[in-house]
Design a binder for this molecule. Sequence first.
Ligand SMILES: [Fe+2]
Ligand SMILES: [Fe+2]
Length: 357
Amino acid sequence: MNIANEILQANILIIDDEPANVKLLKKLLERQGYQNVSGTSDPRDVESLCAATEFDAFLLDIRMPYLDGYGIMTLLKDKFVNDYMPVLVLTAQTDRETRLKALKYGAKDFLTKPFDQLEALTRIHNLLEVRLMHKHIRDQNIILEEQVQQRTQELYDTRHEVIARLGMAAEYRDNETGNHIIRMSKYAKLLALEIGLGEGHADIILNAAPMHDIGKIGIPDSVLLKPGKLDAEEWQIMRSHVDIGAKILSGHDSELMQAACLIALHHHEKWNGSGYPAGLKGEQISIEGRICAVADVFDALLSVRPYKKPWTVEQALSLIEAEAGQHFDPNIAPLMRKLLPAAMEIMQQYPDDPITS
Ligand SMILES: [Fe+2]
Ligand SMILES: [Fe+2]
């Protein structure tokens, strides 16, 4: 629709306590081709009229009973916060004081009664032109804002999807199932929330945890898939998956990648300092690493692996609790039992589903 048509279809409200004035102006506008002109001679109606229609111009008398033009403009200001308030004041008063006061209350233009018809039409047209431009810009901004949000969400989703699948790729190499990393990441989020980290931080852990074993990509099959026990040298190679993982994930300054890097590096550290690769102790180990250690072991204990049967939930919880202050952060380990109902739901939703049998 072009702007000239849009102007003729704009919603106009005439407010004048003298019905004859409302009628006259309405007729003038309609004769000019305006299609949506309403009017009222009772200023108390303005509120309900505005609730029903978004007006693009208010042609407003100043002196009125019950609620004068200033009162109406005060009321309209609340409806036009951060928006162009299209008010044209119709007044018989030509004094400076009235004009200044009207401007102060937000009037954009004036018409002195009795008005010249051509002048009235031109001023109303101009007011509408400005109002509609503002509306276009406002609507355009809303559309752009929505598009930006949508694109941001898509980027966020894609990034997390890629990350999760990368984690799964590493997991498939030795576990034949990708659901371990989904479960352990979800347990990690539960633990993070339970320990009071807040939704944002917990979400970062949820999305970073799938990469904890990404470094296994760099471990040769002869070690990773060896059915029997690993000798000392092979263990050394196996343990290097944490450094390889950290190397793959390092060097990016997003919170997510930094958390992922810490988790890859710290998930085999132990609270008592007996873990690897650095033998960090207590809170030297990142909170992300301490949380993921519990989540990872809990899920591994419950899973079938080529070298072991699944433990019962009670056995797994007992071990986690027995290792509080040894392997695990003593503040985190006991939380797993409390979170068991939620954890059971996750187990049911993401069961082990080997891709080969
Ligand atoms: Fe690992
Ligand atoms: Fe794991």
